[in-house]
Write a protein that binds this ligand. Structure first.
Ligand SMILES: *Cc1c(COP(=O)(O)O)cnc(C)c1O
Length: 437
């Protein structure tokens, strides 16, 4: 099946007992054993089947198979949010005393996870000086256990040069882990370019309607854990919590995903509800047509903003003069993502006047919804940081981040146009709000 078809059918055949064509929501905690022997075989991971929904669930299994196939992986683990997926993906490779090497441009909460939370558990983050592969490789040391990046950075919009990043990681015997939330497998499949593990916030474009939180870790199945026994004892030595099971021997190519499930999901329990898995599957069925429209609309919006004197700058990787333009051609098939940032004239005041005047475009901190969404980082997500720290994080006072939706593009442009009027003319803005009131 081609990717578009996998998105609709992957991982599911009509239910053999009922013929149900839609994926059933298996809203059950537990599953009956045929006998004590059958239960024992399930608990020994010798028989395939279900025991308890903290570990696995048939609805979630369809989602896992579908996303694994979409990304070209061998297996996947679904969890309750993108952050849970990232936490599990990193804990699975790095134990206390080890480190993760990361590009500096990251989603804010992921930066917090790496810079502040994982160090409390003895796992350090080494942030490279830039996202250039040479800088990333220079940050790797003997304790590094993975290289991490976002394929398309949120909100910076930088694009990872995956092939040399994967080569650098592999030269040092560690996997490349990629957050593919913003790009989605519609535009980019990191495993095709050498990545070993792919992580998603399914909350965004994959679910696509702003209704459901979810995350997933996809195992590419190519990293040879068994060849790096000393670096990764957790995959190659007997696990005392599983009566001496050795993951790389028992599971082979799916060792990474199997350990995610039987260690982290089983003991810390960030499960995805089967109802959420169902809703996310509904979203994934249309992800190809939605992302196509998102991308088309974003190009029109970026061109409109760039040609407007009320706008100071536009950061959109689809412009030929953007430094990441060559990587858009190489990795995204020439299709820049629908997440873009721009600066309204008038600094912080101009930015907030624009933001307050938006009407169709919603003010919030989400992305990848069918609806157009805007965020003003200086007043919300980054407001705790002093201005110079904001600037280092790529946030300027006037900056607006837009997630361009799938509405008719003329309606999006009309809303941006009237909000820009309000931004450059405070008088207009107050008159307009009186009018609206
Ligand atoms: C939103 C987001 C996350 C976190 O996902 P949640 O589902 O909100 O936990 C992680 N990475 C990126 C790039 C995101 O945009």
């Amino acid at each position: 099946m081609r990717k578009e078809t996998i998105a609709v059918h992957g991982g599911y055949e009509p239910d053999p007992t009922t013929g149900a064509v839609a994926v059933p929501i298996y809203q059950t905690v537990a599953y009956a054993f045929d006998s004590a022997e059958h239960g024992a075989a399930l608990f020994n991971l010798e028989a395939q089947g279900y025991r308890y929904s903290r570990i696995s669930n048939p609805t979630n299994a369809v989602l896992e198979r579908r996303v694994a196939d979409l990304e070209g992986g061998v297996d996947a683990l679904s969890v309750g949010s993108g952050q849970a997926a990232l936490t599990y993906a990193l804990l699975n490779v790095a134990q206390a005393g080890r480190n993760i090497v990361s590009v500096p441009q990251l989603y804010g909460t992921t930066h917090t996870l790496l810079a502040h939370l994982l160090p409390q558990w003895g796992i350090n983050a080494r942030f490279a000086a830039s996202d250039q592969p040479e800088d990333v490789e220079a940050a790797i040391d003997g304790d590094t256990r993975a290289v991490f990046c976002e394929s398309v950075g949120n909100p910076a919009g930088n694009i990872a040069d995956l092939v040399p990043l994967a080569e650098a990681a592999h030269r040092h015997g560690v996997p490349l882990i990629v957050d593919n939330t913003v790009a989605t497998p519609v535009l980019l499949r990191p495993i095709d370019h050498g990545a070993d593990i792919v992580v998603h916030s399914l909350t965004k474009f994959m679910g696509g309607h702003g209704t459901t939180m979810g995350g997933i870790v996809v195992d590419g199945g190519r990293f040879a854990w068994a060849e790096h026994g000393e670096r990764f004892p957790q995959f190659n030595q007997p696990d005392a919590s599983y009566h001496g099971l050795v993951y790389s021997e028992h599971f082979g190519r799916t060792a990474y995903a199997a350990r995610l499930r039987s260690v982290y999901l089983r003991t810390t329990g960030a499960v995805l509800s089967p109802l959420s898995a169902f809703l996310l599957l509904q979203g994934i069925e249309s992800v190809f047509v939605r992302v196509e429209r998102h991308v088309q609309n974003a190009r029109r919006v970026a061109e409109f903003l760039r040609n407007d004197t009320r706008v100071e700058w536009v950061n959109y990787a689809g412009f030929a003069d953007n430094p990441y333009y060559p990587l858009v051609q190489r990795y995204l098939g020439g299709q820049a993502c629908s997440l873009l940032t721009f600066g309204v004239r008038g600094g912080y005041a101009g930015g907030t006047r624009f933001y307050d005047a938006l009407s169709l475009v919603k003010r919030l901190v989400n992305l990848g919804d069918a609806k157009s969404l805007a965020c003003h980082p200086a007043s919300t997500t980054h407001r705790q940081m002093p201005p110079d720290v904001q600037r280092n994080a790529g946030v300027t006072p006037e900056m607006i981040r837009l997630s361009v939706g799938i509405e008719h593009v003329d309606d999006i442009l009309a809303d941006l146009d009237q909000a820009l009027d309000a931004a450059v003319s405070p008088m207009f803005s107050s008159e307009r709000s009186r009018h609206v009131a």
